[in-house]
Design a protein around this ligand. Structure first.
Ligand code: GTR
Length: 352
């Protein structure tokens, strides 16, 4: 496929990674907890802090922009006392690694998908089930409800995290390499498809007949390029910003999952902050969520347009004739988890 735009490739991300990491380590010595003195108030009153926030996406991704908006708002609301530096492009590590570091407190903050969170907090795994949400409204009704999404966020506390907010993660769909277009379930059989690390992903992908291959996001581009993978799956925006469309130019919009993103701060860091500073961070996170949701809608449309101009073959949702069979195929996996997630699944159903 002819390439007309310059998108930062994963290997470029990785090169950036080395420099970023060195920078982060330097910062670490001067970093967190400058205020340790029992910070007591908003405005000029409290201590000074400097936090790092790890992000896997590049600058052009709306979620990366929301992190930066969050940082800007925190700095503004604290009159410059609380500074947050956002490290893009997985400079501080791939998602699972940054979650672990936030859990131990060696990085203060990260923005990740809820899928790799499953390893650290069981409750988040429910988002990996396939075909449980019908629309953006459905997922957000659930995420914003006190007994639903908000309760799941607060359960992260026992695992060492304060979940500040969700961000939109769009709908995830399949994409495949040249020569492997998926128009119906049969076409998916046996294709090695990268999945985000979580048992549930492996199970429902098997149920669809594909061959699930868990892998870090940063390795997907080269694995598609080299033929290690026959496909992967993601939302429109990440398909574009990670340049996966260059090496997997067939997109089948089955919208199997709507996996939200989450903005996390280490429970250790959170506990060091006074109540008013906690409030500053919470307010900034809520405002950045609204910013992200708006930016997300635009970016999805733009990404879809862009990749289609780049020559991607798109099979739209309505064109997948046997989509009901896809749903039926994964139902046993949902049933298997009913014991564990029964209440949450009821909440999800009620949020329709
Ligand atoms: C993206 C998400 C990332 C990362 C990635 C993946 O949609 O925004 O945080 O989880 O998917 O597939 O690993």
């Amino acid at each position: 496929m002819e390439k007309k735009v310059k998108v930062v490739s994963r290997s470029e991300f990785l090169k950036l990674g080395g420099a970023g990491l060195a920078g982060a380590m330097l910062l670490g010595t001067a970093g967190c907890g400058g205020g340790g003195s029992g910070d007591s108030g908003a405005g000029d009153g409290g201590g000074e802090y400097s936090f790092r926030l790890a992000e896997t996406h590049p600058q052009e991704h709306p979620t990366a922009q929301a992190d930066q908006e969050f940082a800007r708002l925190v700095e503004e609301k604290s009159n410059g006392r609380i500074k947050i530096e956002v490290f893009l492009n997985a400079q501080l590590g791939q998602e699972a690694a940054t979650i672990e570091q936030v859990q131990t407190g060696s990085i203060e903050m990260t923005r990740v998908s809820t899928a790799p969170m499953a390893e650290f907090a069981d409750s988040m795994e429910v988002f990996s089930l396939a075909y449980i949400f019908d629309s953006t409204e459905h997922v957000w009704n659930f995420l914003q409800s006190e007994e639903g999404g908000q309760q799941l966020l607060s359960q992260l506390e026992s695992a060492g995290f304060k979940g500040l907010t969700y961000y939109d993660g769009g709908a995830r769909s399949f994409y495949t390499v040249e020569g492997k277009q998926v128009k119906k379930l049969e076409d998916l059989q046996g294709i090695k498809v990268r999945v985000q690390q979580s048992d549930i992903n492996t199970k429902w992908m098997n149920a669809l007949g594909a061959s699930p291959t868990p892998m870090d996001y940063g390795e997907v581009y080269s694995s598609l390029q080299s033929g290690v993978l026959g496909g992967a799956e993601n939302n429109w925006t990440s398909y574009l910003t990670a340049a996966h469309y260059e090496v997997a130019p067939n997109y089948t919009e089955d919208r199997h999952q709507r996996v939200p993103e989450v903005l996390l701060i280490s429970q250790q860091t959170w506990g060091q902050l006074g109540e008013e500073d906690q409030q500053i961070l919470q307010e900034a996170a809520d405002e950045s969520r609204d910013f992200q949701r708006e930016a997300w809608i635009k970016s999805e449309k733009q990404a879809q347009k862009k990749v289609s101009e780049e020559g991607v073959n798109i099979i739209e949702y309505e064109e997948i004739e046997d989509i009901e069979q896809w749903r039926e195929a994964v139902q046993p996996v949902i049933d298997e988890y009913r014991d564990q997630f029964g209440d949450v699944l009821d909440q999800i159903e009620a949020a329709k």
